[in-house]
Design a protein around this ligand. Structure first.
Ligand SMILES: Cc1cc2nc3c(=O)[nH]c(=O)nc-3n(C[C@H](O)[C@H](O)[C@H](O)COP(=O)(O)O)c2cc1C
Length: 357
């Protein structure tokens, strides 16, 4: 199998496994965040304004459909559903890693389909491991990222950090030296954000990222889809004992998403922060914004609906918006700026994480 075919198959396996298997983290860290109820909200639900501006674009709600797919023929319909729904609901959309289409232009359509529907904000996607030399493969350059950006009409390109997944795979890209320098150099050439994929960004890494010219961060914290878990199921199918063992051992590895948001916000008051990882309803979106996130990202819960079609995605997004509106009402928050000042109580493991040195 060629390197291109390996990438394509892996992408398809990720989608099948995330739809069919139990790949969630064992802990739901967003439940550690209790918003304080206001018995006298002093506003009408009809007046609640969910809108916000992010990366210069106007969204109808502080929600991003987080990066999932592209790069194999079946992904085209998934991205079409997601893009159509994102446009209709006025939320942002991230595409999955565009590496496959950069290697094989025949796959571009599985990503570029999102341009047909014009979501208000589109986020491209490449992997940090591909920015440096891996096993003799040429690292991606600024021109490649520009191609990725144009392919989907992206407003920003996300560089994803997924070293948990890479080290749990038997064939992963495990060279990480030089990624930060590559991100730093590329961030001066085009609009980049950095995005984890389920293991979170802690304050030590956040400090280093804030010295680059990136435009924002998606903390991609623990508590939702676990890519170590995904690798367990891939390894079982391939009968690869070591990968299955590694994935199982690191199933719950990572910094809780709420903790990542708080730490990021403590370092910078206004830097755009997207909270992804275990956001499962509109109350979780409200919790994320109260902790300081600019917007919340949702991936796996939208995958099944996307495979049904755009209508199912719209229905789910509308329910999430209704829950968010309810949480804003019950905290007396008229808009997202007010929600960011809502009072909360942090408990459980997330609270203990913040006691660390
Ligand atoms: C099927 C699937 C494929 C994914 N592929 C990518 C990817 O290519 N690039 C990326 O940055 N994140 C990818 N992710 C990670 C998500 O963007 C997100 O960070 C993670 O799933 C946590 O969010 P969730 O708990 O809402 O699923 C993928 C997630 C899923 C479920």
């Amino acid at each position: 199998m060629s390197a291109e075919e390996v990438t394509r198959n892996r992408k398809e396996e990720h989608v099948d496994i995330c739809r069919d298997e139990a790949v969630q983290a064992r802990r739901r860290y967003w439940d550690d965040v209790a918003l304080v109820h206001s018995a006298l909200p002093e506003l009408d639900v009809a007046d609640i304004d969910l809108r916000l501006a992010l990366f210069g674009k106007k969204l109808e709600a502080p929600i991003i459909i987080a990066a999932m797919t592209g790069g194999y023929p079946g992904a085209r319909e998934i991205n079409r559903s997601l893009a159509k729904a994102a446009a209709e609901c006025g939320v942002g959309l991230g595409v999955g890693s565009q590496r496959a289409a950069l290697e094989d232009p025949a796959l571009e359509g599985t990503f570029s389909v999102v341009r047909e529907h014009r979501p208000p904000l589109v986020i491209g996607n490449v992997g940090a491991p591909q920015l440096i030399r891996q096993r003799g493969r040429r690292p991606l350059q600024a021109a490649d990222l520009e191609r990725a950006r144009k392919m989907v009409g992206a407003d920003v390109v996300a560089v994803h950090l997924n070293f948990l997944q890479e080290v749990a795979e038997w064939d992963g890209d495990t060279q990480a030296r030089g990624c930060l320098a590559a991100i730093d150099a590329l961030s001066r050439r085009l609009p980049l954000i950095v995005k984890e994929t389920g293991a979170g960004i802690g304050r030590e890494v956040a400090r280093r990222l804030l010295r680059t010219s990136i435009k924002g961060v998606d903390v991609g914290g623990a508590g939702g889809t676990s890519f170590a878990a995904v690798e367990v199921f891939r390894a079982r199918r391939k009968r690869h004992a070591l990968a299955e063992r590694l994935g199982g051992t690191f199933w719950d590895w990572g910094i809780p998403a709420p903790v990542s948001v708080i730490e990021m916000r403590q370092l910078h008051r206004t830097f755009p922060v997207i909270a992804t990882g275990g956001i499962r309803n509109g109350l979780d979106v409200a919790r994320a914004l109260a902790l300081g996130a600019t917007a919340a990202g949702i991936a796996q819960p939208l995958l099944g609906p996307a495979m049904e079609g755009p209508k199912a995605v719209v229905e789910e997004l509308e329910m999430i918006k209704a829950e968010l509106r309810a949480a804003m009402f019950l905290t007396g928050s008229e808009d997202v700026a007010a929600l960011s000042r809502a009072k909360y109580v942090l408990s459980g493991e997330s609270a203990r994480w913040l006691e660390r040195a």
